[in-house]
Design a protein around this ligand. Sequence first.
Ligand SMILES: [Zn+2]
Length: 144
Amino acid sequence: MLQKTCTVDFLTKKRVDSNGEVQKYYVEESHPAIIDKEMWEAVQLEMERGLVFAETYGVFKLDYATLDNPFAGRVMCGRCSSIFGRKTWNSTNENLKRKVWMCSNRYKVKGEKGCQNKHIDDKVLYQTFINTVNAIIENKDYFM
Ligand SMILES: [Zn+2]
């Protein structure tokens, strides 16, 4: 895109985004692309899919995931389609302290049980994910 900005004051050389002050020109194939057109279009589709996903499931931020918590914002409730969140169940006994995932609609109203779906243990979720990835790798030809 040429002439995205224009100089509004030649003395101060102040430039602003062009909003119709000057004609913009879109030049195709003027220089080698960083990524090919097919990849760019695939990324646009993925971004659009992400936005639709977020809107469908009421996710406010698309990427909650961190190295410490890679499943954040990615586990959905099979009953009500809400997001599962990771909670720590504390106990005075260190051995009973555990991390679990549960539906965010479980206790939406304080003291009142909402969604009836059960929690899932953090370790079970990780192991299930690993098993699934391994099954995909072992059956790579089928999935390709
Ligand atoms: Zn639920």
